[in-house]
Design a protein around this ligand. Structure first.
Ligand code: C2E
Ligand code: MG
Ligand code: MG
Length: 504
């Protein structure tokens, strides 16, 4: 680009020189009709013609290169570079004239799936069609830009009020609801939209784009097909998330993670039937962290593989320790994420670890949620069958809250269902939840698998489950997650009138 500009300056200078020459020659020609001057004049005219052609060509090239640099090749929309220039100008106008503006960061929800299953050509067609569908919703001052991949950014300028950005975003979401047709394929898509409004005191291209991106990720975390407005709290959460991401590895090395164990019991005799492993993080500055604040981050960043190995290894070590104390029939449940299931080395790692600690595989239970199981059903099915064949049991965790099909779930070798605690929480006050719990108990019996009610907190819930013939229960009412020493003491305790009689 710089070279072309230089070339252009040279051409203009040359052109001026030639024009000057032509004028001088013409004057000479008029005054003294010399032959040489006629030749010079004619040559000058030809050179001028040549230079003008070259000039036009160079201008064309500049235009083409400008388009390559600033336009997206697929949609013709402003690309990331031009977006940054446009936003910079909009910020300046917004501040100078106090105009309400916003940017909408739009990311398609299922684009990777479409690309992977139908090919990149189909993905390209969808991107073009989405861009075309957005156009009618924009006004003269707005700019629709393609930020990259399946990401678009819209700069909205001159909003009557900031809330209007949400109205526009919802219209865009709405316009994606109708199917797209590409090469006789019918495609459905939705989007996650992050909104940031300005002017504000800290505006810059990078901070606004980053803020809209954070809001977009929040929209994704909500399940997509939704617009989220950026707030300072979102930024604080995001900073915390980044901090946690950086510290997971260090925490593993320094043994800042530890495991808590929560027993479950059979009903109505309250005999311990198994113990669930729950990971905790003794964070150096944030204090005790529960899995909800770091497991998702570990999953998103791939760190769950290392963390999952750490958890499994330490859980096996603890089970071996209990076995040594004579508690040989303990069932130990360990939670697994989808990312762990599709990791190619999982089965080998599990087999190697249980062999190392001389454990009986039938004493190990893997807990996976429906969502995790269905994230990559083919691989999950193969891995679960492999593990099941050596005796490891598979339980579906948080059963009932997802929209999975029972037929699909049945593909997996399942030995147990854990009824999600949200149903147990309202089982007394919500007749529909009570009916769902009863149905899952019946389903489990029909499928001949174990059924465990999770999150039992009160005597009333406990009594309901006993009356409904629920085979097993787990929850604070029975025992909170405890240290291994506490569990050992529980296992060693006499039956007496303890909440959990230790009858091993
Ligand atoms: P989960 O597997 O369904 O575990 C049960 C969660 O409910 C635990 O929360 C437990 O402390 C809590 N809980 C138990 N009884 C009650 C009760 O009576 N009332 C209420 N309100 N809660 C109860 P926690 O430990 O915070 O774990 C949350 C989730 O994090 C777990 O849900 C599991 O999905 C995941 N998780 C925990 N440990 C691991 C792990 O080692 N690996 C992986 N991948 N995920 C884990
Ligand atoms: Mg669980
Ligand atoms: Mg659960």
């Amino acid at each position: 680009m710089k070279n072309l500009n230089k070339q252009l300056v040279w051409l203009v200078a040359l052109l001026l020189l030639v024009v000057a020459l032509a004028i001088t020659s013409a004057q000479l020609l008029v005054n003294e009709a010399y032959f040489l001057e006629i030749i010079v004049f004619a040559c000058t005219l030809v050179t001028m013609g040549l230079i003008i052609t070259l000039f036009a060509k160079t201008l064309g090239q500049i235009k083409a290169i400008r388009s390559l640099v600033y336009r997206d090749y697929l949609t013709g929309l402003p690309n990331r570079h031009l977006y940054e220039k446009l936003l910079d100008q909009t910020i300046a106008r917004a501040h100078r004239h106090h105009i309400n503006c916003a940017i909408l960061f739009i990311d398609l929800d299922n684009f990777k799936q479409i690309n992977d299953s139908l090919g990149h050509a189909m993905g390209d067609i969808l991107i073009k069609q989405v861009a075309e569908r957005f156009q009618p919703f924009l006004r003269k001052n707005d700019s629709l830009c393609r930020f990259g991949g399946d990401e678009f950014i819209i700069i909205l300028e001159g909003l009557a009020q900031h809330d209007d950005a949400t109205i526009v975003a919802n219209r865009l979401l709405h316009c994606l609801e109708l199917p797209f047709v590409a090469n006789k394929n019918t495609l459905f898509t939705s989007a996650s939209i992050g909104i940031v409004t300005f002017p504000s005191s800290t505006d810059s291209v990078s901070t606004l784009t980053q803020s809209a991106d954070i809001a977009m990720y929040q929209a994704k975390a909500k399940g997509g097909n939704v617009a989220v407005v950026f707030t300072d709290k979102l930024r604080d959460d995001s900073v915390k998330k980044n901090q946690i991401h950086k510290e997971i590895r260090e925490a593993m090395e320094k043994n800042h993670f530890y495991l808590s164990y929560q027993p479950r019991v059979s009903l109505p005799n309250k005999k311990i039937t198994g113990i669930e492993t729950l990971v905790r993080w003794d964070h150096k500055s944030l204090g005790l962290l529960y899995p909800d604040s770091f497991i998702t981050i570990a999953e998103e960043t791939g760190l769950i593989i290392g963390l999952g190995h750490w958890i499994f290894e330490h859980a096996c070590e603890q089970l071996a320790a209990w076995n040594k104390l004579g508690f040989n029939e303990i069932q130990l449940a360990i939670n697994f994420s989808a990312e762990q299931l599709i990791h190619s080395q999982l089965a080998q790692f599990i087999i190697k670890t249980i062999t190392k600690y001389e454990l009986n595989p039938k004493h190990i239970e893997l807990e996976i949620t429906e969502t995790a199981a269905l994230k990559n059903p083919e691989i999950t099915e193969r891995v679960l069958k492999e593990l099941n064949n050596i005796g490891i049991k598979i339980f579906i965790d948080d059963f009932g809250i997802e929209y999975s099909s029972l037929r699909q779930l049945r593909q997996f070798p399942i030995q147990g269902l854990k009824i999600d605690k949200s149903f147990i929480r309202d089982v007394i006050d919500e007749p529909s939840d009570a009916e769902i719990v009863k149905s899952i108990i019946a389903l489990g019996k029909g499928l001949n698998v174990e059924v465990i009610a999770e999150g039992v907190e009160t005597q009333a819930q406990y009594d309901f489950l006993v009356a409904a013939n629920c085979p097993q229960a787990q929850g604070f009412y029975i025992s909170e997650p405890r240290s291994p020493e506490h569990i050992t003491a529980l296992l060693q305790r006499d039956c007496g009138d303890n909440i959990i009689p230790a009858k091993f």
